[in-house]
Design a binder for this molecule. Structure first.
Ligand SMILES: [Zn+2]
Length: 254
């Protein structure tokens, strides 16, 4: 083999390894109810992850996790964004978010106006507000997209603004539905085949299953399960792999 060919092969192997590396190394941690931390290398994005005690059926932000977040310990060294689907207390707590934002000063904080109104005027100045939909390009490898979809239980919560959160990070795509209703609008304009889709447990119904089979996610993460609930969340008609998150700190490695 001549030297040119050797160098060429080495270049191909290096590039190949780089691409493989870029696609791997994603970790998703369960932070209670619908809270997750999506980590890649030493950067993390939190979705619905900061909440306080609400009712005994719901997990509050774990003391140890909060300590690690405030001390900027791995995987919370660099929190790029805190995204919130909606204002309900099992998804968002203004005091906990304020404590975290006081330490992580340059973190992007994004949600709808209803969530924003629960924060101090100082923090509101740092807030990125979504109305209907918003795309945020954090850098050339990372994009966040929020899109308003109906909240479940319209009879009681029709006025609650709930946002679907989509992360596109290198070639990895994650979709988080928040407290979505099982309606066609929930998957409106959603590109098929995200790597992971985070759904509330009621999405294992037949209508939810029908919607998920249209989207065809690689993996479905079932969340919003009471810690005391031992029901098996599955639906035989579902075509994707299903993983249930119910224990605080559970990790999915991709
Ligand atoms: Zn809710």
């Amino acid at each position: 083999m001549n030297t040119m060919v050797k160098y060429f092969l080495l270049l191909i192997i290096t590039l190949g390894a780089g691409i493989l590396h870029a696609q791997k190394n994603f970790e998703i941690r369960y932070l209670g109810n619908m809270g997750i931390a999506v980590s890649h290398n030493d950067s993390t994005i939190l979705i619905d992850a900061l909440h306080d005690f609400y009712e005994s059926d719901y997990l509050q932000t774990d003391e140890q996790a909060l300590k690690a977040i405030l001390a900027k310990q791995a995987p919370y060294k660099k929190i790029i964004a805190i995204a919130v689907t909606h204002r309900h207390s099992d998804h968002f707590d203004s005091a906990v978010v304020t404590r975290v934002m006081n330490v992580h000063g340059s973190t992007l904080l994004v949600s709808g106006g209803q969530t924003m109104s629960l924060l101090s005027s100082d923090l509101q100045k740092k807030f990125t507000k979504v109305t209907d939909s918003l795309t945020i390009r954090i850098n050339d490898r990372l994009k966040l997209h929020l899109y308003r979809i109906p909240h479940t239980y319209a009879a009681r919560h029709a006025a609650v603004e709930n946002y679907r959160v989509e992360i596109t990070w290198n070639n990895f795509r994650l979709v988080h539905l928040g407290d979505a209703d099982e309606k066609d609008e929930a998957i409106d304009l959603l590109k098929e085949k995200p790597g992971v889709m985070v759904v509330p447990s009621w999405y294992l119904s037949d209508k939810g299953t029908e919607l998920l089979n249209k989207v065809k996610p690689g993996k479905i993460l079932v969340t919003h399960i009471s810690p005391a609930d031992n029901a098996l969340y599955k639906n035989e008609k579902l075509k994707s792999e299903v993983i249930s998150f119910r224990k605080y700190g559970d990790i999915l490695k991709l």
